[in-house]
Design a protein around this ligand. Structure first.
Ligand SMILES: Cc1cc2nc3c(=O)[nH]c(=O)nc-3n(C[C@H](O)[C@H](O)[C@H](O)COP(=O)(O)OP(=O)(O)OC[C@H]3O[C@@H](n4cnc5c(N)ncnc54)[C@H](O)[C@@H]3O)c2cc1C
Length: 342
């Protein structure tokens, strides 16, 4: 077998790393000159923080997410999760069942967890097991580790396209040449739609815009991942914050909201802001073979920073062993192809 993975975001990097770890020959290819320039590079990168929202097959992956992140931390020295927990009062449900690990905390509890907040709400949902990471750094670490295990990297390739002969996909062509593959894994986020056009296939993948703002801040100003109705904020590393605000809002408004919400935020400054298109398949993750001959495999999902370690492990397991992973059963593309699927 030989696999070409298209897309060096966190999903493609994770798939390539897990394949290389299993000894499979793998090439990771991207049109961008560096990994993580897509949605991954503009991500808030909160792990776990889905409240009760795990659509479709994501629900079946939920129980593995934290363990897979901890495993990656153990396997790769450059992967570090800040297990800070989260506090949210944006309408997310409190854990309905015992053991869900979400707790309702009152204003005093919120003050103890997040002393910088000027006006804590009456109550919030505290999830101590949540964490966050630097999605660019982690994607880079996965790419480096995959390369160290023998994976080939083709970055900055122009004209990446599926190579088909008589309807069968033989690999990928690009300005860097022909990359033959027994299976091409499409992990190109919103770019998957364009890559599938020559096959006449259309999938329900939305490009959903979201804004990230990066700021400087005094270390420890924000301790947990804080999610109110108007913004989310977390410390990504000492002295650096990430915020998400609506895409129509601005970085200056985000800064003003931060300063109005936290004591000690007066000296915070905006570093940059960007709006990224989040790949968002309808009805949950799309993961699995796309055509009956097994030559094209799809890996497109939302909340992929949370799910990438688990999905990468399971995709590699399926491709190397040829056995279907039960956990991915509800993620399959079958029945979800809008056009051209017969
Ligand atoms: C503001 C914001 C906040 C978010 N917050 C969270 C969060 O808190 N937690 C969470 O889990 N998720 C979050 N997400 C979502 C998460 O970031 C995405 O689900 C994830 O990054 C998607 O990763 P990916 O690898 O599938 O896609 P991408 O990162 O978009 O990577 C796709 C890659 O494919 C390449 N590509 C595309 N088309 C082609 C082509 N034709 N040829 C060659 N290469 C191609 C691109 O260059 C890119 O490198 C957030 C996203 C945003 C924008």
């Amino acid at each position: 077998m030989s696999v070409v993975v298209v897309g060096a975001g966190i999903v493609g990097a994770s798939v390539a790393y897990h394949l290389a770890r299993r000894g499979a020959p793998v090439t990771l290819i991207d049109r961008a000159p560096a990994p993580a320039t897509g949605a991954t590079g503009g991500s808030f990168a909160w792990i776990g923080g889905r409240g009760g929202h795990w659509p479709g097959g994501a629900e079946d992956l939920r129980g593995s997410v934290l363990a897979d992140h901890r495993r990656l931390e153990a396997e790769l020295p450059d992967v570090a999760v800040r297990w800070s927990g989260s506090l949210r009062w944006d309408g997310a449900p409190v854990g309905a069942e015992p053991g869900e690990g979400r707790f309702r905390v009152g204003a005093d509890g919120i003050r103890a967890l997040e002393p910088g907040l000027r006006e804590p709400p009456e109550w919030a949902v505290h999830t101590p097991s949540d964490g966050g990471l630097d999605a660019v750094a982690v994607t880079g670490a996965l790419v480096r580790a995959a390369r160290g295990l023998g994976a080939r990297m083709v970055l900055g390739a122009a004209g990446v396209a599926l190579k088909t002969v008589d309807g069968r996909v033989l690999g990928v062509t690009s300005s860097a040449g022909f990359h033959p593959a027994s299976t091409v894994v499409l992990a190109a986020g919103t770019g998957v739609r364009g890559l599938l056009t020559p096959l006449g296939l259309e999938l329900p993948i939305e490009a959903s815009p979201a804004r990230l703002v990066r700021l400087t801040a005094p270390s420890g100003l924000v301790r947990a991942i804080v999610a109110g109705p108007e913004f989310e904020v977390r410390e990504v590393r000492e002295g650096r914050l990430l915020m998400t605000v609506p895409p129509t809002s601005s970085a200056d408004r985000a800064l003003r909201r931060l300063q109005a919400s936290f004591h000690g935020a007066d000296g915070c400054r905006v570093l940059d802001t960007r709006v990224s298109a989040r790949p968002m398949p309808a009805d949950g993750p799309l993961v699995g073979h796309l055509v009956p001959d097994g030559s094209v495999y799809l890996a497109v999902l939302h909340s992929a920073v949370t799910l990438a370690p688990t999905v990468g492990r399971l995709v590699a397991q399926e491709l190397v062993t040829g056995e279907s992973a039960e956990e991915l059963r509800r993620c399959r593309p079958e029945g979800r192809i809008l056009r051209g699927g017969g």
